[in-house]
Design a binder for this molecule. Structure first.
Ligand code: CTP
Ligand code: MN
Ligand code: MN
Length: 496
């Protein structure tokens, strides 16, 4: 080893601490990677130019300068220093800020490029938050810090479901739900490793988007003819994925060819096709409220004392939806029987229904038992409908749907809106409310929790304890969460 030549001369300004020209800027140069001699040299240079450069680190330091370190390394070092002192320095800066300030003879403005990146820190924080693997144990509001990722990631479950691959769809939905829950934007996949529900496939997609701005898989799916056609055809009310697939194999990809194809369409599909554009326009909250007024009025007029609750996405606070969902009940058990056909014929006579399909209640606890009721399909009296809603929303409850006039702009004076109605006996209404508030993933996760962790079977009708072999009654959502040993999550935080 060749011994390094020692500097004979003291570096300029060393040891001198003249009066500082910038007393509020207290600098400290980190020796790590810079080396002791370069540090002493640069410190001296700063002091000569009137900067206050401290020899020892203390709580007074406002700017920490380092060379060839990243923010995380400096943070780790700092965390070992400042323990017991109040306040950490405001700025972790690269040497470039210091040399530019020396050249300028004053502290230059701190720009983005001067600041050390502190990835590990936010990563560490993300990892620190505990993420339950059940979405029903997480509070997921509508604020999503990772919308870029979840939007892209949501296309893949959509595609999987269109291709009848439910398992894969669910896996992607769970992954997207974890990202929706994170308290800040994700910048690298490192902190995501170890979080539940994020498999290799999802991580790869996330990584591509973070690195290249887009995922090749997502982009090529988006462009694929099959996906585009499935999306259009399945977007028709009344058309399921099996039908869409059959039509595509018969060479039908878009709406136009379908109309002239000679395919026999169901009543629902004919309505879906006729109102395609309207039904693919999001429903606003104002429109939801207008429909609510109409439905409530109809329900109360055919059954005094009937109660209506807005359910589905709007109950979770969503500003728009693909439809509007309502639950109807009556405080006296049994009075709700036959309510649906009465409400429907009332609405029909008032001209509000463009289409409706009603199913009657087929749920009988004694016959159905817990095994069947755990399925996601419930057996309430239900009505899947298309409403004719006048465009001036205040007019909603006052007017009937019979008017045919155009608005001054020549637009139809009404538009078609999908509306779901469900009637529940009051004894099951807490379960119906919970089961119909969603989100779909939240519901699925609640049922999974019940089954796997509690040996219980949850449906929109009831909760059954398989060990005790008995139904557990509840008259509020809060009670159901409690029976399941879950912390209560309000509707606005069920947006998983
Ligand atoms: N639901 C159900 N049985 C059905 C249809 C829906 O139990 N046959 C439940 C779903 O599980 C969901 C809720 O009803 O929890 C609302 O469903 P839906 O209207 O499809 O979804 P929203 O969450 O309301 O979303 P959007 O705003 O798009 O309508
Ligand atoms: Mn809905
Ligand atoms: Mn619905």
């Amino acid at each position: 080893m060749v011994p390094m030549k020692r500097r004979k001369l003291l570096p300029p300004g060393s040891g001198r601490t003249g009066p500082s020209r910038f007393p509020l800027v207290v600098l400290f140069l980190l020796e790590r990677r810079m080396g002791a001699s370069r540090r002493a040299f640069l410190s001296g240079l700063g002091r000569e130019r009137g900067f206050r450069v401290e020899e020892e680190f203390s709580g007074n330091v406002t700017h920490v300068i380092s060379e060839n370190n990243d923010g995380d390394e400096v943070r780790v070092w700092l965390d070992s220093q400042v323990r017991g002192q109040d306040g950490t320095p405001a700025h972790l800066l690269d040497i470039s800020w210091y040399t530019e300030s020396l050249a300028a003879g004053l502290p230059v403005e701190i720009l983005d490029r001067h600041q050390l990146r502190e990835q590990q820190r936010s990563e560490a924080e993300v990892v620190m938050i505990s993420v339950s693997s059940y979405a029903c144990q997480r509070r997921t509001s509508l604020i999503n810090h990772n919308a870029v990722l979840t939007d892209a990631l949501s296309l893949l479950p959509h595609n999987a479901e269109l291709n009848e691959d439910e398992g894969r769809g669910l896996a992607f939905r769970r992954a997207a739900a974890v990202l929706k829950f994170l308290p800040e934007p994700v910048t690298t996949t490192t902190p995501l490793r170890g979080l539940p529900c994020l498999g290799e496939h999802s991580l790869r997609v996330i990584e591509d988007i973070l690195q290249d701005g887009a995922s090749r898989e997502v982009e090529s799916t988006k462009r694929s003819e099959r996906f585009k056609a499935l999306k259009v055809l399945n977007g028709i009310f009344g058309v399921g994925v099996k039908t869409a697939d059959r039509w595509i194999r018969a060479g039908i990809r878009y709406l136009q060819p379908l109309q002239g194809s000679g395919e026999t369409l169901s009543r629902a599909q004919r309505a879906g096709l006729r109102y395609y554009d309207d039904l693919n326009q999001p429903v606003s909250r104002a429109e939801a409220d207008a429909v609510g007024e109409i439905v409530e009025k109809a329900a109360v007029s055919v059954l005094p004392g009937a109660r209506m609750t807005l359910i589905g996405g709007f109950r979770r606070g969503k500003l728009t939806g693909h439809d509007v969902d309502f639950l109807l009940t009556h405080p006296e058990e049994g009075r709700e029987e036959g309510l649906m056909p009465k409400v429907v014929s009332r609405l029909e006579s008032e001209g509000f229904l463009l289409y409706q399909k009603t199913t009657r209640n087929s749920y009988l606890e004694s016959e159905d038992g817990p095994a069947r009721s755990s399925s996601s399909m419930d057996r309430f009296q239900k009505c899947f409908s298309i409403f004719k809603l006048s465009r001036g929303e205040e007019g909603g409850a006052e007017q009937t749907g019979n008017g045919e006039s155009l608005t001054p702009s020549g637009q139809e004076a009404w538009r078609a809106v999908r509306v779901d109605l469900v009637v529940s006996p009051v004894s099951q209404s807490a379960f119906a409310l919970l089961g119909w508030t969603g989100s779909k993933l939240f519901e699925r996760e609640m049922r999974r929790w019940a089954r796997r962790e509690k040996a219980m079977s949850l449906s929109s009708h009831a909760l059954y304890d398989t060990r005790q072999r008995r139904y557990l009654r509840a008259s509020s959502e809060e009670e159901i969460f409690a029976l399941l040993g879950l912390e209560f999550i309000p509707p606005s935080e069920r947006n998983a």
